[in-house]
Design a protein around this ligand. Structure first.
Ligand SMILES: Nc1ncnc2c1ncn2[C@@H]1O[C@H](COP(=O)(O)OP(=O)(O)OP(=O)(O)O)[C@@H](O)[C@H]1O
Length: 266
C-alpha cells in the first residue's frame, strides 16, 4: 500500500474545504440570535488550519456546520466540490469530551465505523492495527476506555475518527481537558498523524501556543455576529519539535495574536 493512501483510501490532495457566505441565526422562543454572519474561508487539501477567538464567537457553531451536524441559514460549504448536506464519512470529528463507547475495547472502538460500513473482519483488523500503531496504543488494544488516561482516550478518539478514512479531521478543543504535559505530547502526536495521513485538519482551540505549534495558518474570529477578523500564516519550520516554541517567529506571532484577542475581548 502506498504511504500516500491510507487503509481507508485517503489520497494526498483531497479534503479541500470551501466556506462561502455562511450565516447562522438561532431562534430561541421569540428572539433571534445571529451567531455567525457571512463567513468566507478556503482551506486547502492537507492544510492544518486553526480557529482562535473569544468565547461565544461561533467557532464550534462553524465547525458543527462544516461537520453537517448543524444547518446554516445562509451560505454553502463544499468539501472537494461536494456540498455538505449532513454528516458524512469524509469528515471525522474529535471533541473535547471523550466520546468513546465505554462497553467496547480500544480496538472495538477503532473498528466501530468500518464495521458499520460493512468492512470485512480482516480489513477491519488491518485498519485498527494501523491506527493503534500510529497513535501508539498497540499495548492497550484490549483495554476499556475507563482503564485509560485522558490522553490515551483522546488518542483512541483520533484513531477512531481516522479509521473511517476521513479527508477532513474536525477537532473542537480536543486537548482542552488534558494536563499541560499530556497536552504537549498530544500536540506532537497529532502532527505526526497529520503528516502521515495527509488529512486536512480544521482545529479549534483557546490556546495560542497550541494554535501556533500545530498550524500552517491561524484564523482569528470575533463575535457579534461571529466573523473572521484576521488570518495569520505560520511561517515556522515544517519540522516542529518543542524547540520551535522558543523560535523568535513563534514568540512574535504569539504577541501579535494575544494583542489582537485582548483588543477583541475588551
Ligand atoms: N443551540 C443553540 N441555541 C441558541 N444559541 C446557541 C446555540 N448554540 C450556540 N449558541 C450561541 O451561539 C454563540 C456561538 O456559540 P459557539 O459555541 O459556537 O461559540 P464558541 O466560539 O465555540 O465558544 P467557546 O469558545 O466558549 O466554546 C454563543 O453565543 C452561543 O450561546
Amino acid at each position: 500500500m502506498s504511504e500516500a493512501i491510507g487503509v481507508a483510501g485517503v489520497e494526498a490532495g483531497q479534503g479541500s474545504i470551501t466556506i462561502r457566505g455562511i450565516g447562522k441565526t438561532y431562534r430561541t422562543g421569540k428572539t433571534n440570535f445571529r451567531a455567525l454572519g457571512n463567513i468566507d474561508l478556503d482551506i486547502g487539501a492537507n492544510e492544518f488550519v486553526t480557529i482562535l477567538g473569544p468565547s461565544g464567537c461561533g467557532k464550534s457553531t462553524l465547525l458543527r456546520i462544516v461537520a453537517g451536524l448543524e444547518e446554516s441559514n445562509e451560505g454553502v460549504i463544499n468539501v472537494d466540490g461536494d456540498t455538505v448536506v449532513g454528516p458524512g464519512a469524509d469528515r471525522g470529528m474529535v471533541f473535547q469530551g471523550y466520546t468513546l463507547f465505554p462497553w467496547l475495547t480500544v480496538r472495538q472502538n477503532i473498528e466501530y465505523g468500518p464495521k458499520l460500513k460493512g468492512v470485512s473482519i480482516l480489513d477491519r483488523r488491518a485498519i485498527s492495527n494501523r491506527y493503534l500503531r500510529i497513535t501508539r496504543l498497540e499495548s492497550f488494544a484490549s483495554r476499556f476506555p475507563k482503564q485509560l488516561s485522558g490522553g490515551m482516550k483522546q488518542r483512541v478518539a483520533i484513531a477512531r475518527a481516522l479509521a473511517n478514512g476521513p479527508k477532513v479531521l474536525l477537532m473542537d478543543e480536543p486537548f482542552g481537558a488534558l494536563d499541560a504535559q499530556t497536552k504537549l505530547e498530544m500536540q506532537e502526536a497529532l502532527l505526526e498523524v497529520w503528516e502521515r495521513e495527509k488529512t486536512t485538519v480544521l482545529f479549534i482551540t483557546h490556546d495560542i501556543d497550541e494554535a501556533i505549534f500545530l498550524s500552517q495558518r491561524i484564523v482569528v474570529m470575533g463575535a457579534g455576529p461571529g466573523h473572521i477578523v484576521r488570518e495569520f500564516p505560520v511561517t515556522l519550520p515544517a519540522e516542529r519539535t518543542s524547540d520551535v516554541r522558543e523560535h523568535p517567529d513563534f514568540l512574535k506571532l504569539r504577541r501579535e495574536i494575544a494583542a489582537l484577542l485582548k483588543h477583541k475581548e475588551e
